[in-house]
Design a protein around this ligand. Structure first.
Ligand code: AP5
Length: 290
């Protein structure tokens, strides 16, 4: 029987250690489940900024576009249904995306909350999301609106290059890789998305203005939208993004960050030393016994 389980022995020690440290760091974060939506037109920077917010608040990053592209590549029934609309720059049906998001939200990595990137994209999806969250007794904390002029987007979209395995994104002009065409970390080749052409961008923008802008208006009426100046350089957008989440949570983060550093830099080395002492002393004990 095929299984999805991964053999831990095959994972490099550095990856295991960094995952362990990440989990320890996240264990000290508040248990309040933070739910953020990043909304904006194609190329506005949602996928660039989401990993930064994800790391800062220990959230999971749920990007419907990435999930759908993975399904298309794997030729799953979902991927086969979604492919035609995606190639044309149109939206796939609400039922398909609502199903994948409902499932994805249950992942253990989403325990502290999640960032919804590319979802909801229609008012129908937004209403379904409200129902799903209502059943779990939670609600959306903030919608980060990546506001930007359409004229800037063609250059961003046509210059984008992606490392498919990690999702790392580059731009020939704004965020070039160290070696053209290769991922900075793995040295593997970068690729361009099939829908990242000027012609398909027109349909994607059309879908954004007709179907997704009303979603931002829907959340504005609820008073939870934070508008960002997404045309600014990446670093400046990151600074604005960090001010987006609710103030109460940001303040509590200061205490937790302090705790995390104290724990990481003082307690962890002591534990490590204690472990080494235990190993050394037990081997001396063995010698003594024999
Ligand atoms: P999806 O994958 O969600 O694409 P999108 O919304 O069109 O967004 P992008 O990923 O293109 O843009 P981004 O804002 O993430 O830009 P990025 O940060 O990479 O959706 C694809 C398709 O899937 C849809 O068309 C639809 O068919 C389907 N789909 C998905 N979700 C759906 C849903 N809920 N319902 C129905 N259908 C759905 O930035 C772009 C480039 O600019 C990068 O190269 C980056 O380096 C650069 N850059 C970023 N920020 C800056 C900056 N501040 N200054 C200069 N350059 C920058």
């Amino acid at each position: 029987m095929a299984t999805n389980s991964m053999n831990l022995e095959d994972i490099p020690s550095e990856s295991l250690m960094s995952e362990l440290l990440r989990r320890m760091k996240c264990a000290s974060k508040p248990d309040k489940r933070l739910i953020l939506i990043v909304a904006g037109p194609p190329g506005s920077g949602k996928g660039t900024q989401s990993p930064i917010i994800k790391d800062e608040y220990c959230l999971c990053h749920l990007a419907t576009g990435d999930m759908l592209r993975a399904a298309v590549a794997a030729k799953t029934p979902l991927g086969i249904k979604a492919k035609e609309a995606m190639d044309k720059g149109e939206l796939v049906s609400d039922d398909l995306v609502v199903g994948i998001i409902d499932e994805a939200m249950k992942k253990p990595s989403c325990k502290k909350g999640f960032i919804l990137d590319g979802f909801p994209r229609t008012v129908g999806q937004a209403q379904k999301l409200d129902d799903m969250l209502g059943k779990q007794g939670v609600k959306i904390d903030k919608v980060l609106d990546f506001a930007i002029d359409d004229a800037v987007l063609e250059e961003r979209i046509t210059g984008r290059w992606i490392h498919p395995a990690s999702g790392r994104t580059y731009h020939t002009k704004f965020a070039p890789p160290k070696v053209p065409g290769l991922d900075d970390v793995t040295g593997e080749p970068l690729v361009q998305r099939k829908d990242d052409t000027a012609a398909v961008l027109k349909s994607r923008l059309d879908a954004f203005h007709k179907q997704t802008q009303p979603v931002i208006d829907y959340y504005s009426e609820k008073g939870i939208v934070a508008k960002l100046h997404a045309e600014k350089p990446q670093k400046e957008v990151t600074d604005e993004v960090k001010k987006g989440p609710p103030k109460k949570l940001r303040n509590s983060m200061d205490f937790y960050s302090c705790f995390e550093y104290t724990f990481g830099f003082i307690v962890m080395p002591l534990l490590f030393l204690a472990q080494i002492s235990a190993v050394v002393c037990s081997s001396i004990g063995d010698d003594y016994d024999t």
